[in-house]
Design a protein around this ligand. Sequence first.
Ligand SMILES: [Zn+2]
Length: 231
Amino acid sequence: MVDIKYIGHSAFEFKTGDKSIIVDPYVSKNEKYNYKKSNIVDIFVTHGHSDHLGEAIEISKDKKAPITAIAEVATYCSGKKCKTRSVGLGSWLYYDWGRAIFLPAYHSSTLPDGSYGGVAASIIFDIEGVRIFHAGDTCLHSELKTYKELYRPNIALLPIGGTYTMDVEHAVVAADWLGAKTVIPMHYNTFPEIQADLQRFAQLMQVNNTNCAILNPEQIDQDEKSVKSAK
Ligand SMILES: [Zn+2]
């Protein structure tokens, strides 16, 4: 059983038992969310942009939780005195709560100091047999079809805001290619450039027979609004 909470933008908390894993923790955008209440044991960052690195460094130091990220991002974080796990694309990484794999995302990655952040990533999490695909920032690409075959994701977290990533129409295709039963939209409406028509997304997903879970970060403290996923 994994409890998925949407913090906002591309930030999510996955809770399994008494442990939490946090991804792209741009938590300062959501005043209703207090990371201090969660037992965060691992932090994942898809790429170095500030809307994804977010408050990872502060949380890592506070919780003594390592940041797993692509080598260049990990090196930046170790330079800020954080525990890190430096990784590349393409292999399962094992943790006491499950495993994760970094896969290519079509996007850039620059760190807050302007240095190169390496390749941008999508990440698949396998937590108690539930496979969650976090797309990071990416356009639609045909490798997503192979992810269905290789990883069989149950839940896909997809950007829909456009401009910097895939948009509503492309996210609908991505959902189909990934074959996930549930899709949670992310990376929309945070800035004027990434406004998205959520209703249209929900309608198109309905046509595709895919469960579209629109989570409201404003209601993050209400447990029933998170997605509970059984194996
Ligand atoms: Zn972004």
